[in-house]
Design a protein around this ligand. Structure first.
Ligand SMILES: [Fe+2]
Ligand SMILES: [Fe+2]
Length: 287
């Protein structure tokens, strides 16, 4: 596994951290909807700039292009553990005390799930949920890797963060992509819906043959805040999606609020995770 971190890779980290703090604040534990802080460019300039670019560039055509490229799974073969170590090359070593490494974030999430006595597949989903961020190491810009995800090819919900930035998206000028249903049918089911491109869809695709369905929902939709936190896009969801989203909702607090607990001892925990991985996955997967 390579250990070099290029300047471009490092660029991910500030916005990623800013974004994670931002969502944790936006969806603070115990907050009721009326108490959500109002975010604007003035209070969160970095996050605002990130979403300005994300909302501008995540077009239907861009998403279809990335699905075609990455769903072919021709970026090599790696085990899950190797993928986690590969992702860990994104660590910003200039500040090791305050920042969690990627693996530490994954393990904090999965260990919190384990402590609460959830099934083994859910612990594993916690450990894997951000492995798709290796898209950054393939050279994808951060606006195509992290941040809230949302459907493309239909009207944007005003529940998506910074909805006003969508006015700059070329799809905004295409009337057939801006109706309520756009290119989709009412309640067609989310598996027919193209989501903005990011780490969620990619990892869910990589592991689609190996994990139980609720785990795949957790992986695929964990950044779809407009739906799992705000209840948007139910008109595209099937009854089955709505039921499965209970799992996505169950997962979300572990992603957001496990930060700040003690740092997991990665090497001590490794045998447990190697066993868990072996229970579900072959030695190598195509990425
Ligand atoms: Fe994530
Ligand atoms: Fe995460």
């Amino acid at each position: 596994m390579g250990t070099a971190v290029t300047t471009q890779d490092k660029n991910l980290l500030p916005i990623e951290d800013a974004w994670e703090d931002f969502v944790a604040g936006r969806y603070k534990e115990g907050k009721d909807e009326s108490e959500y802080r109002v975010y604007d460019e003035g209070t969160n300039p970095g996050v605002a700039a990130f979403y300005r670019e994300n909302h501008l560039k995540q077009t239907l055509a861009f998403v279809l292009d990335k699905e075609k490229e990455y769903y072919a799974l021709n970026k090599g073969e790696r085990s899950i553990w190797e993928a986690a170590e590969y992702l860990n090359t994104l660590v910003d070593e200039s500040d090791p005390d305050t920042d969690l490494s990627q693996i530490e974030h994954l393990m904090q999430t999965s260990e919190a799930i384990r402590r609460d006595g959830h099934p083994r597949w859910m612990v594993l989903a916690g450990f894997m949920h951000d492995l798709g961020k290796c898209l950054c190491l393939y050279g994808e810009p951060q606006w195509a890797v992290v941040g809230d995800t949302f459907p493309v090819g239909c009207a944007y919900s005003d529940k998506i963060v910074f909805p006003e930035y969508f006015k700059a998206n070329p799809d905004y000028q295409v009337p057939e992509l801006q109706t309520k249903y756009g290119i989709y049918e009412p309640n067609c089911g989310l598996d027919k819906v193209h989501m903005s491109w990011g780490h969620d869809g990619y990892i869910a695709h990589v592991v689609r043959d190996y994990m139980p369905e609720p785990a795949l929902y957790m992986l695929r939709y964990h950044s779809f805040y407009a739906a799992h936190r705000q209840g948007a896009y139910q008109h595209l969801m099937s009854q089955h999606d709505i039921e499965m989203f209970e799992w996505v909702k169950k997962f979300n607090p572990y992603d957001l609020y496990s930060k700040g607990h003690t740092k997991p001892d990665v090497q001590a925990l490794r045998p447990y995770y190697e066993d868990l991985i072996a229970e579900f996955f072959p030695a190598k997967l195509r990425w």
